[in-house]
Ligand binder design. Structure first.
Ligand code: NAD
Length: 321
């Protein structure tokens, strides 16, 4: 069995490798070569922790396994380690034998950033020049950095519930040599591409605050009850997701579905666009919305990729198991 510890991930995994892994697995899901197992998430009644498993099988990529982990809110104060903790376990699909154990913390951030980037590649207008961010926390910086690689962006604009966090976005824009402007929610109408990545439980962005032709990736809503945008936006937009089942239950679409504004048949798996079986964006004034809920197969795909990189670079730890 191969072990790739968390400390090695930053040296091995690149945004490009994460992008390729996630794009391939989204394509495999739409081709029905890969599927996610039902998600388990439990409040374990200890340390206020939420613990769970996300798993799946990708027949095309021969990747079988799960990500185990969750959220320990007291970690930082009590143990000086981050509150989100996860580990990916991979198994040989031919034998069931354990194949690899991989640190999952940085990989989660990279695979989430790759998902909105894949959506921008396939759904945003080619002439998109202004990118708008809603959210300025840990994950927002990953989303922005990866997104900037997808189009010739000339400006970053951003809004956050806690404005004092906006310098996090400005720093990423600076690194890319782009100007940053803090805006109010109406100011987000200037964006050609929007990414929302907050832990909000109510709609932040209203349907009329999005201009025709915009692509929006809604990435923060990954649990029942969370919400980032006005459900009416999903009726104005053509809606795509990583996985329809998650989108309607724990994703941004859960609210428009509950209000009967759309049905699950109005949502297309992004993999269908990647595979060319769905046209994706068909006009310059269409709004496209990607509901990125985060699927287990994304975690397995980036973990498998980093195992290959660890072996190639001679840093994989091999143990008899
Ligand atoms: P973080 O704690 O670093 O940042 C939280 C962000 O949400 C900040 O911008 C904060 O200002 C904002 N926020 C907090 N309370 C708010 C409120 N009441 N209204 C509006 N905004 C509010 O967290 P993070 O690591 O950046 O994660 C952000 C979100 O992304 C979380 O909800 C997390 O669960 C989700 N997430 C999704 C995926 C996925 O695959 N879709 C993966 C990882 C994280």
């Amino acid at each position: 069995m191969i072990i790739v510890p968390e400390r090695e991930i930053a040296n091995l995994m690149t945004r490009e490798a994460a992008f390729v892994a996630v794009e391939q697995v989204f394509a495999a899901m739409a081709a029905q070569d890969a599927y996610n197992f039902p998600v388990i998430r439990e409040a374990i009644g200890h340390e206020d922790a939420l613990y769970g498993f996300k798993g799946g099988f990708d027949r095309a990529g021969k990747t079988l396994g799960l990500k185990a982990g969750g959220y320990w809110p007291n970690n930082l104060d009590k143990h000086q380690i981050i509150n989100h903790q996860s580990t990916v376990f991979l198994f040989d699909p031919d034998t069931g034998k354990a194949k690899a154990m991989v640190g999952g913390n940085l990989l989660t951030a990279l695979r989430t950033a790759a998902a909105s980037s894949v959506s921008i590649k396939h759904l945003a207008r080619k002439d998109a020049r202004v990118i708008g961010m809603i959210g300025a926390g840990h994950q927002a910086t990953f989303q922005l950095r990866a997104a900037l690689e997808q189009r010739q962006f000339e400006k970053v604009i951003g809004w956050n519930f806690h404005p004092e966090m906006l310098p996090n976005l400005e720093k990423v824009a600076d690194e890319a040599g782009l100007p940053f402007q803090a805006v109010d929610l109406n100011g987000l109408r200037d964006a050609d591409v929007l990414i929302s990545i907050t832990s909000s439980f109510e709609a932040i962005l209203q349907a009329d605050q999005v201009s025709p032709g915009t692509h929006i990736a809604c990435m923060g809503t990954d649990t029942k009850g969370k919400q980032e945008v006005d459900p009416a936006l999903l009726t104005r937009a053509t809606v795509f997701s990583d996985e329809v089942a998650q989108s309607i239950s724990i994703g941004e679409a859960q609210h428009a579905i509950a209000m009967e504004l759309i049905t699950e048949h109005d949502i297309t798996q992004i993999g269908a666009v990647i595979n060319g079986t769905h046209p994706g964006r068909t006009s310059d004034d269409q709004i496209t919305l990607f509901d990125g809920t985060g699927v287990g197969l994304q975690d397995l795909a980036v973990a498998a990729s980093v195992v290959d990189l660890a072996v190639a670079n001679g840093v994989a730890i091999e143990v008899d198991f």
